[in-house]
Design a protein around this ligand. Sequence first.
Ligand SMILES: Cc1cc2nc3c(=O)[nH]c(=O)nc-3n(C[C@H](O)[C@H](O)[C@H](O)COP(=O)(O)OP(=O)(O)OC[C@H]3O[C@@H](n4cnc5c(N)ncnc54)[C@H](O)[C@@H]3O)c2cc1C
Length: 447
Amino acid sequence: MLGPDAVLPGDSRAYLTDSAEVRNLGGRADAVALPSSTEEVAGVLAWCYEHEVPLVPRGGGTGFAGGAVPVDGGVVLSLERLDGVRAFDPPLWRMHVEAGVRTATVRRLARENGLLFPPDPGGAEQSQIGGNIATNAGGPHAFKYGVTGAWVTGLEAVVPPGEVVAVGGSVRKDVAGYDLKSLLIGSEGTLGVVTAAWLKLVPAPAAALPVIAFQAGADSGCAAIERVLASGLAVAALEYLDGGALRAAAGAFPGDVPDGAEFMVIAEADGSAEEAARLRAEVVDVLSEGALAVHAPDEPRAIAEVWRWRDGVSYAVAAQRGGKVSEDIAVPLDRLRDAIEGAVEIGRAHGLATCSWGHAGDGNLHPTFLVVPGDPNDLERAERAAEELLALAAGLGGSISGEHGLGWVRRGQLGRQWAPRALALHAEIKRAFDPKGLLNPGKKIAA
Ligand SMILES: Cc1cc2nc3c(=O)[nH]c(=O)nc-3n(C[C@H](O)[C@H](O)[C@H](O)COP(=O)(O)OP(=O)(O)OC[C@H]3O[C@@H](n4cnc5c(N)ncnc54)[C@H](O)[C@@H]3O)c2cc1C
């Protein structure tokens, strides 16, 4: 069906894992399929459905939930060859791309034409737009601009038993049917295979100016974050690093880190050059209160360095002990401090060095337990700590995943935050799309 160079053996290692690899997630596949068109995807899915073979859709493999890992054999279906831009209409602020186009390519194309595709998850050079849609990925700028789903006006997907459907399109508004598009968004490859998407764009702001404030600890840091919100300043991003994350990444920070800094707040002011400058001045004012130092670069290179450094925080933290078990909880904004401090306490109780960072404005944090890769003792303690962390998130009125999804690592945990009837509806939706349960089995299981 696909030709000899488009089916790889099942032991092709690059297709058996994702960013959650350290959590002992070794996959096992019978084959890897590399289709080049929607029709070929439909052919593979139809074949798998007929022969009762599990199918695991795969994007860039950057996910942190084990979602793209074939945990129990079957066919890995990698979308990397569906990498065409079907249409790009800058005057109409829209783009129609295939699922395998990399996130960074979409952003670059938009930018070169004066436009912005705002979702900016950190693994953008490797992740694919289809993977971003399947996880409804966020990122720093989701605070002002919303998550990936907010920028998708239509989807083309292959659904069991092998049919191509299009929901939405280049039309910007569409409430005609039940919102199947939103059901597919964030479904982590368990309801259908996304093959293409219609994306909307916005004119790129002329300027985007970061302001970085160093604080003595989580108390004063969270108070600073709340002041930014209360002051009504519409910043584009509002990020934080706690003391442990800051210490891990401080060495590479493109500026001075003052002694005693145990918390960092990163805000960004964007808009026209005048708007951004005015907003930045106000943000500097608000963040200076009680800060050890405030850093506000205005040279494009220095600004780019700040965000490059921010993208590297995850790797700098992992480098501390060689590996990390990262979680992704979201809590109401007034509980952020409790979540940050609670995560460190949980880690301490299990004898694990722990830190967190994340998208403070969205109450979305990545508490992270440091481990030595392959050390079963470390891993076991980290998994127990992660369980307690999910309980903490639910107890604070939050969510067990803000942007990474349930995947494999958080399967069966949704009951912590949903009532039984909601869990039953979740399972019924899965059955309606995938009656044989062959699409990404074992993933996004609610209870
Ligand atoms: C350094 C780093 C920083 C990150 N920062 C962020 C961040 O700020 N915000 C954030 O949200 N995430 C972040 N991530 C996580 C990750 O990049 C996102 O979850 C991303 O959306 C995954 O895309 P992918 O193409 O790599 O998907 P994969 O990892 O390949 O797959 C993820 C899930 O989507 C499914 N899937 C993939 N493609 C399709 C498709 N075409 N159709 C149906 N299902 C599909 C898979 O089955 C799997 O369940 C980060 C990751 C790294 C490594």
